[in-house]
Design a binder for this molecule. Sequence first.
Ligand code: DGY
Length: 319
Amino acid sequence: MSKPVLWITRRLSDRTLERAQQDYDCIINHEDGEHSAAEIIEMSAKVDAILPCHSEVFRGETVDRLDDRVKIIANHSVGTDHCDIPALNARGITVTNTPDVLSDATAEIAFLLMLGAARRAVEGDTLVRQGKWDFWSPAFMVGKQVSGARIGIIGMGRVGQVMADRARGFDMEVHYHNRSRLPADKEKGATYHDTVESLLGVADFLSLHCPATEDTKGMMNAERFALMPDGAVFVNTARGALVDEDALLSALDSGKLSAAGLDCFVKEPGGNPAFAAHDNVFMLPHIGSATVATRDAMGFRALDNLDAFFSGKTPKDKL
Ligand code: DGY
């Protein structure tokens, strides 16, 4: 029997590509460029399955015009805001994602951003790197202490829970907001806030770990930044769409926030050049899950979902 034809839209890990090619007739984007809607539509007529990343958008007209041949979109991402899942399902297309396997790596990057923002990593690195470090004093480059401080986590799913565990390692007081309160074994003594507003009031450090949906888009706006303690630090490794970037810039300019750590931006790739003028903003280019182990795990999870689908089973991560 011939193998299903699978389009792998980006350069996935070597181990993922090797395994994919054993079981599928693969079309692989070795050049690794991004794809326009027209290219996605054109390619859909040639394949039974697509293994995309969050960089390929399946919304609006693209979904309407996908060829009937495509039966499954097995995302290589936990986030699915690039997919209109109800519309894809209405077209008879199964959609899956890759939860769990990237929680550790993403929480690592969130912690890196939080520490780097709080302890003035950009400023210090620039000073030493540019050979401009010619002074030292106890009053020099004093930052905000993370250990023992209060952290607010919005979205206490898998990544949020790992972030909370890492925060406990720094003796932080963990507060969270989530659609529903966690059971005690998962809450582990963290304080639940049933509104975002209540959480913001205690968030000396705030880290976002919720998906970008119609309900959460732009949730961090001027009114909400104003509710945070003075000098708070804001961290976003979830999605840029959660944040009103102008409001964030104003909060940084006014000193309401002392610093921010950002791995996600409204415009990606590229980010927001306005942040570059702020050396209290520690930025990374959406690399939360970019470790060798996690890329392999994400690729394998997507392939597990495809294997289940093509053997007539329900994929574990069907959405
Ligand atoms: C995810 O998995 O959603 C990450 O943002 C990488 O795509």
